[in-house]
Design a protein around this ligand. Structure first.
Ligand code: ADP
Length: 612
């Protein structure tokens, strides 16, 4: 746990640099001034005549000398003026320091946020396969906020410790014996209350657990809202939500009980100790009133510091799990970095490592993409999703990958795009293995249109500009034309500026897919990968996509994951997969003619379905 704190402290130091030391220096000044301001009460009170001020009680004979030289009525004024200057100066510095603290904290959190987000987004695809997306939301919002709070508490605690150290120094100077006594009492109480700090950490662990499942739950529920509504599952979801809200509430109350409990113990012990001191001083030790005042002064300055350190320790402990979770995620993402992954996760994530992959010089590719004896298993799975797969995809042709659901079509595509790496075997581009160094160059030649195309909730223009911010109006329309979407976009109320998505115009699945196809085309890809929508598109839409692909044939290498065989009649090549094995490949007509082969059976099956 301490290593986590060290890690973040080092990071904080790296992010803020010398400002951190200025901050500490500021704290020292403030605490000195605060101490002086308070201890000035003694000469003030003596001037007012509360008690006789001897040089012994002030420990500063030169101050007494100085004061004695000033005329009587000026003395009080001078002391009061100094008091006002010191206290106001301290307040002013305090304000500066609060602002600086906020700056440090915000700078740190911003860096941490950026670093975490970039590390996540730059991780390789296989990392996302094992993770729940809601966990990222949770970490980037709640846990990072807790780390921010924790850093603030840590800075406060550093200030508290410095204040306390200085006050202890001042108190020692006034009375070493009394201060030692107060310190012993404080230490004893701290040891007695140690277990509460541990408990605070356990409560913090639970806080993380509950907020994680809260995030996960709500994300899942809203993703599956249609199922919930249509199957009338609202009640069970509401009761889950009620339960988790209850747990969160209890967790927060539990911490408050713990924290206020130790505060109570501190306050009560303060009262008991001071009462005992006064009793002993007056009746047993016969201490003069000036010294007694000193005792009360020292005690009343030091004790609240101990109380706040105890409280800060508890808060800090409860935040530690958040530090651990953020650190863990950073380490995991460092291991899963797209390039140079498997690297040892270092403390310092190099900014350059995390720069987003910009457009690279595309990989020139002339002949073929080949899978050679490729084996692939998903993490944690025993069975191969692709086994000893050999397949050839010729350049500039249209290749269809077919097979039943779960046959391994998407896995093969992910391997070809380099999103996942084969366990053994190779992907060859023009006969040269696709290595890590060539991966990003390879991917910048690919345009991908997924089964469930993703468009942002913004205008069509903005969506297209995502791939090419400098795309001209003409280029956009050309891409739209290519993807058979120009006609329907023209009919939209604001054309290219029409908002699409949740809060905008609702597009059909086919229209969305064609827009994403246009977006992919803007990149001028030499390979186009299209995962055909499983949900049946209406025949007009299907026809549009078909036309678009026909238009591209001969210019671009097209790979289609075909769920309906009707769209791939014109494919140059068909690869048939079954349970992770390539069982047939060849020209469409050739495979269709092979009556014992799986492909002709698949064709017959679909014909039956259509015929029914
Ligand atoms: P297809 O695209 O042909 O429907 P996939 O390539 O998606 O098939 O899946 C091939 C096999 O790999 C299936 O048995 C599926 O259960 C398994 N699989 C797919 N994705 C994952 C995953 N993320 N984790 C574990 N197994 C997976």
């Amino acid at each position: 746990m301490i290593s986590e704190l060290q890690f973040f402290m080092r990071k904080l130091h790296r992010v803020t640099g010398p400002v951190l030391y200025w901050n500490l220096l500021g704290m020292i000044c403030i605490s000195l001034m605060e101490g002086i301001g308070i201890y000035m009460l003694v000469p003030m009170l003596s001037l007012i005549g509360v008690f006789e001020m001897g040089s012994s009680s002030l420990h500063l004979p030169w101050v007494a000398d100085l004061l004695n030289r000033i005329p009587e009525n000026g003395r009080l004024l001078l002391v009061l003026l100094t008091f006002v200057v010191i206290v106001s100066g301290q307040a002013w510095l305090q304000r500066l320091q609060t602002i600086r603290n906020t700056r440090i904290q915000q700078q740190f959190v911003r860096t941490l946020r950026m670093e975490t987000y970039r590390a996540i987004i730059m991780a390789q695809w296989s990392f996302f396969l094992q993770k729940r997306k809601s966990d990222f939301n949770h970490i980037l919002t709640t846990e990072l906020a807790r780390v921010s709070q924790g850093t603030n508490i840590l800075l406060q605690m550093a200030a508290s410790l410095i204040f306390t150290g200085i006050q202890i120094g001042l108190a020692f100077w006034l009375s070493a014996k009394l201060t030692t006594l107060v310190l012993i009492c404080g230490l004893a109480l701290f040891i007695f209350l140690r277990k509460f700090v541990k408990q605070a950490k356990q409560i913090g662990d639970q806080t993380s657990e509950y907020s994680q499942s809260y995030y996960n739950g709500i994300t899942e529920h809203f993703n599956g809202i249609k199922d919930i509504k249509s199957n009338m599952l609202e009640k069970s979801h509401i009761s889950w939500f009620e339960r988790i809200c209850g747990q969160i509430e209890r967790n927060v109350i539990q911490f408050s009980q713990l924290n206020s409990g130790t505060q109570l113990i501190h306050r009560v012990s303060a009262a008991v100790i001071i009462a005992a001191f006064i009793y002993l001083s007056l009746h047993v030790l016969a201490v003069p009133p000036a010294s007694l005042l000193l005792i009360i002064l020292i005690f009343s300055r030091l004790w609240p510091r101990f109380t706040s350190i105890q409280s800060n320790l508890e808060y800090m402990s409860s935040m530690l799990p958040a530090f651990r979770i953020v650190r863990q995620l950073q380490m995991e993402t460092a291991k899963s970095r797209e390039i140079g992954g498997n690297a040892v996760a270092s403390d310092v994530i190099n900014d350059q490592d995390l720069t987003a992959p910009g457009p690279r010089e595309p990989l020139i590719f002339k002949e073929s993409i080949e899978c050679r004896r490729v084996n692939y298993r998903y993490e944690g799975s025993d069975t191969y999703s692709l086994y000893e797969a050999n397949a050839v995809i010729p350049a500039k042709g249209m290749t269809a990958i077919v097979g039943k659901s779960g046959a391994g079509k998407s896995t093969m595509i992910d391997l070809i795009m380099g999103l996942v790496r084969p366990e053994s075997g190779q992907i060859l581009i023009d006969g040269v293995p696709l290595t890590e160094e060539r991966l990003l160059a390879w991917r910048s030649t690919i345009g991908y249109v997924s089964q469930d195309p993703f468009l942002f909730h913004t205008s069509i223009r903005e969506n297209l500009r995502l791939v090419d911010p400098d795309a001209s109006e003409e280029q956009m329309w050309q891409a739209l034309q290519f993807s058979s979407s120009a006609t329907f976009v023209r009919k939209l109320p604001q054309g290219l500026d029409t908002l699409i998505g949740d809060r905008g115009i609702r597009l059909s699945g086919g229209e969305r897919q064609r827009l994403v196809l246009a977006r992919a085309m803007l990149r001028n890809p030499s390979v186009l990968v299209l995962d055909e929508a499983t949900s049946a598109l209406d025949s007009e839409n299907e026809q549009h996509i078909h036309e678009a692909l026909e238009r591209l044939k001969g210019q671009v290498t097209i790979i289609v994951i075909a769920h309906r065989l009707s769209t791939i009649r014109t494919a140059d090549r068909v690869i048939v997969l079954d349970e992770g094995i390539v069982i047939q490949q060849g020209g469409y007509q050739q495979l269709a003619a092979d009556s014992v082969g799986t492909f002709s059976k698949l064709l017959n099956m679909q014909a039956d379905v259509v015929g029914q």
